[in-house]
Design a binder for this molecule. Sequence first.
Ligand SMILES: Cc1cc2nc3c(=O)[nH]c(=O)nc-3n(C[C@H](O)[C@H](O)[C@H](O)COP(=O)(O)OP(=O)(O)OC[C@H]3O[C@@H](n4cnc5c(N)ncnc54)[C@H](O)[C@@H]3O)c2cc1C
Ligand SMILES: NC(=O)c1ccc[n+]([C@@H]2O[C@H](COP(=O)([O-])OP(=O)(O)OC[C@H]3O[C@@H](n4cnc5c(N)ncnc54)[C@H](OP(=O)(O)O)[C@@H]3O)[C@@H](O)[C@H]2O)c1
Length: 288
Amino acid sequence: MTEMTPVPNSTTDTATAPKAVPALPDAQTVTDVKHYTDRLFSFRCTRPASMRFRSGEFVMIGLMGDPHPETGKVKPLLRAYSIASPSWDEELEFYSIKVQDGPLTSKLQHINVGDEIILRPKPVGTLVHDALLPGKRIWFFATGTGFAPFASLLREPQTYEDYDEVIITHTCREAGELTYGRDLIEALKTDELLNEVIGEGFWKKIKYYPTTTREESPKMGRITDLMKSGEAFEDLGVPPLNPASDRAMICGNMAFNLELKDMFEEYGLVEGANSNPQHYVVEKAFLD
Ligand SMILES: Cc1cc2nc3c(=O)[nH]c(=O)nc-3n(C[C@H](O)[C@H](O)[C@H](O)COP(=O)(O)OP(=O)(O)OC[C@H]3O[C@@H](n4cnc5c(N)ncnc54)[C@H](O)[C@@H]3O)c2cc1C
Ligand SMILES: NC(=O)c1ccc[n+]([C@@H]2O[C@H](COP(=O)([O-])OP(=O)(O)OC[C@H]3O[C@@H](n4cnc5c(N)ncnc54)[C@H](OP(=O)(O)O)[C@@H]3O)[C@@H](O)[C@H]2O)c1
């Protein structure tokens, strides 16, 4: 990894490092931070003028690590993050976990407006419309922070141009972990720009299906179990997925991804990729 000058700490180094002149070529400035639970927060930052990406992709972001105990040199500490904002947004948004002993997020959770983060502007990923064949209905399946790429795709006009129905399922342990997603979907209803660009009432295509597994909420259970029993399809008023009409994107923990993949193979859906568009695509929400 390349060694670089530390990102200035906005609270201590502002006199020596004016905000208009970032100390790193890949530094971006934080413009907004929101905390949801003791384990979840979101933030927005400036976007490099030349950076293009497809809604649903991820990038490497991070902070400078601690100085090496002997040499004092510091290296960037980077992790993969789905871009939660859509491709047209002039800023970038991220939705993040706070792992108390996590090398990056133990620090990242303390960022404030005006601080700088490192962002490598090389987006990649499989959760993109290009990796799917045309269909009637798109399903987004998320657990935890796996909602992030769908926060991007739910604000992407192409999602509504390509599909008649958009179903988003989000399974979390606790009810508070659903707040970011619920607020985002609610805000689409009054988003003047999107209603104008995509068409008034575009959000009526969305069917939102949040579930919790360890705290009481209106719908409890893992989405996989709710699909196996048929309850989810009954609640949503749609038939089980089939290759003729349904397309799907999955982003969750490894066990969730694998379980859904097995179920999809039974439905007759084939996994796609950027180079080979098919019926569904999968990405890990984090490495275990
Ligand atoms: C393709 C991809 C996209 C990702 N997108 C996001 C994203 O949009 N938002 C996000 O918060 N993280 C995302 N991650 C995870 C992210 O890269 C880091 O793992 C996370 O920020 C924690 O970093 P850390 O250095 O603090 O801890 P790490 O050392 O990276 O992780 C420590 C442990 O914490 C747990 N953990 C890590 N990330 C998560 C998570 N997101 N949810 C629940 N438990 C977790 C795991 O058990 C892991 O072993 C993504 C990972 C991949 C591979
Ligand atoms: N969320 C918390 O409050 C919390 C608190 C402290 C530590 N942690 C740790 O953080 C890590 C990640 O926790 P997380 O809650 O973000 O993510 P997670 O463990 O991946 O769980 C997120 C959601 O996915 C569900 N799920 C797990 N496997 C599934 C499968 N095969 N099919 C369908 N649904 C599945 C979980 O249900 P189940 O509940 O049924 O597993 C839960 O509702 C874990 O190591 C955990 O121990 C989490």
